[in-house]
Design a protein. Structure first.
Length: 203
């Protein structure tokens, strides 16, 4: 039991080390350096925020694992640009007409509904139904806000960099489908949260 407890305590540290190793490796010679910066600034911001608040509020290992999904996926997308990540086996398997790695990235953003719900639950800040609705709507608002920022950034960058950062790959409904993926990720995360057994922290 002591070994299991020690492994459990070290789990977030292991994720952090794995992320930093991947981030460092993929920071070398990315496909487009300006796109790499645009994609990695938010990822590093989230990572540093989690690291800085670790001692103040330690999320469950499940929450850290779910949050790590987006960090890893976004780092890979930043290296290749999302439209050009080697994801052809999935495209061929399902007969897709475009690279859907970016959809996976958006789905992983939705998984942050789990830590949002965990924080509010453990702090006992609202009733369970309100907490779940807040987590869902927070992700949906974030998804809409990101699409607006992405549009502005693509306009400012212009040229090939703007097109690669936008990543629509010719799909006129790209923004709407991205927001749907964010929402589906949130619904999945909240379904997992419902069976997590997480309760308010005791005083």
């Amino acid at each position: 039991m002591q070994n299991e407890s020690a492994l459990s305590r070290l789990f977030p540290h292991g994720l952090a080390i794995a992320f930093l190793v991947l981030w460092t490796a993929l920071a070398v010679n990315p496909a487009m350096r300006d796109v790499w910066w645009a994609e990695n600034v938010p990822a590093m911001g989230v990572f540093l925020l989690l690291a800085a608040t670790y001692r103040v509020f330690r999320f469950s290992n499940r929450a850290y694992a779910l949050m790590a999904c987006w960090l890893f996926i976004h780092t890979i997308g930043g290296h290749y640009t999302f439209a050009n990540v080697p994801f052809g086996f999935v495209t061929d398997l399902f007969g897709f007409e475009r690279n859907h790695f970016d959809r996976l990235g958006h789905f992983s953003i939705g998984l942050y509904a789990f830590p949002i719900a965990e924080l509010l639950t453990r702090k006992n800040l609202a009733k369970p139904l309100i907490i779940r609705l807040f987590a869902l709507f927070a992700i949906m608002a974030l998804a809409a806000g990101y699409e607006i920022i992405e549009w502005w950034a693509a306009e400012l960058a212009g040229g090939e960099a703007g097109i690669e950062f936008l990543g629509s790959q010719g799909d006129v409904w790209d923004a709407q489908k991205d927001m749907l993926c964010d929402t589906l990720g949130a619904v999945t995360a909240l379904a997992l949260f419902a069976f997590s057994g997480i309760k308010p922290d005791r005083a």
